[in-house]
Structure formats: C-alpha cells, structure tokens
Design a protein around this ligand. Structure first.
Ligand code: E4P
Length: 222
C-alpha cells in the first residue's frame, strides 16, 4: 500500500520528500488554484524539480482542464512536452467521451489516471479503457450516502481477480479514518492531503512514553 501526496504546494511536497513519504504526487485544478497565481507549467516544473532534487522519480498526476476531447489531448501533449518528466501521468475524468481520450492516450504509451470516479462501474470502465490509475473519491462518494469502503473493496477485489494492471488511487480524504479504511478496503494507493501526515504519526500515549523514558533516564544519570 502506497501513500501519495495530494497537493501542489512546494513546501508540503518537500516536507514529505524529506521523510521518504512520497511515492507519488496527485494534483487537480482546484488543488493548483490554492497556490499563488502564476504560470501553471512553471509551477509544475518546480514540482518536477523537487522530485529530481530528492531523486524521487515517482508518478506525478496533472489533470486536464477542458471537457472537449481534442483539447484534452492537446493539453496532455503540452504537459508531456513542457515537463519532460518520465513518470508524468495525465488525469482524465471518467466519462463516455473521456474513455475515447483515455484509450487513445494509452495506445500512444501515455500514462493515464482516470479521475473523478465515484462508483464501482465507473472504475471498471476506466480500467477496461486501459487507465493505469483509477481514482475513487472516498469523501464525495460518502457525501451522497453511498458506502465508500464497499466501493473501494469491491473494485479492488474485481481488479485483483481479473489480474488488471490498473491501480486504485483513493482520494477525496476528509479524515485519517478515511486513509486507514481505504487501505483496509484494498486500495493500492491513498493520496493524502498533507495536513493529515503529522496527524497520522501523532498519539498522546507516544508522547507520554517518550517523555517518561527521557525523564527516567535523566534522573538515573544524575
Ligand atoms: C485526487 O487528487 C483528487 O483529485 C482529490 O483527492 C479530490 O479531493 P476533493 O474531493 O476533496 O476535491
């Protein structure tokens, strides 16, 4: 089970790189929009620069920001050309027209993360179109009353049984329980908003134990 960072923030990405946490980076237009306004490609080049600086050549997802087939392909080609990053994958939302884009990019050997998947059947269609990654939105699935754990679990089981190379990325994380549950449900990858990383290692009993050990040893050494 791998953790990706769900952010375009250079500082957050670097903090995670320093801890060896980053096995991938996912972005989307809304995540990008949280960063200071500027040149989109230049910002993504800075992320690639960080990955190279830390010798961590991991998957980096960049999402198209059009709903027109021809424009999606043009944007994908631009991202690939401008970034020249060997582990770049293009995020294409699930949809009937989008499946044609996904399949055409895959036929050209371009890696694709099929995103905005909210159901088992969407995930199955994405995998059958050849998507390398299928992104299930845990929080948004639950927002409309569906059992997100069950969607992930059933998708993971079917992909495994079918011997599919597609990997599930669970995103749309709202709480660290979502991360834990997605892992238990069988997700290959959980992409984590960076604010959750410190929470995932924090525990009051750990703090208590460490404080006690240091205090006891200091007293013994007096
Ligand atoms: C993955 O990168 C998804 O785009 C992201 O996790 C979606 O999160 P949201 O549902 O909070 O927008």
């Amino acid at each position: 089970m791998k953790l990706f960072i769900d952010s375009a923030n250079l500082n957050d990405i670097e903090l995670s790189l320093k801890r060896g946490l980053v096995k991938g980076v996912t972005t989307n237009p809304s995540i990008l929009a949280k960063e200071p306004k500027g040149d989109f490609i230049l910002h993504m080049k800075k992320i690639v620069g960080l990955l190279r600086e830390y010798n961590t050549l991991v998957p980096l997802s960049i999402e198209v920001f059009s709903t027109k087939k021809e424009e999606m392909v043009r944007q994908a080609e631009t991202f690939l050309k401008e970034l020249n990053y060997e582990k770049l994958n293009i995020k294409i939302p699930i949809g009937w027209d989008e499946l044609e884009v996904i399949h055409s990019l895959r036929r050209r050997g371009i890696e694709v993360n099929c995103t905005c998947c909210m159901s088992y059947n969407q995930a199955m269609m994405a995998a059958n179109a050849g998507a390398n990654f299928v992104s299930l939105f845990y929080g948004r699935i639950r927002d409309v009353g569906y059992n997100a754990y069950q969607v992930v679990e059933e998708t993971a089981k079917t992909l495994k049984t079918a011997g599919s190379p597609s990997e599930i990325i669970v995103g749309s994380i709202r709480h660290i329980h979502d991360i834990n549950d997605a892992m238990k449900a069988g997700a290959h990858i959980v992409t984590v908003p960076p604010q959750f990383f410190p929470q995932m290692v924090k525990h009051p009993k750990t703090d208590e134990a460490v404080k006690q050990f240091v205090t006891d040893f200091e007293n013994w050494m007096k």
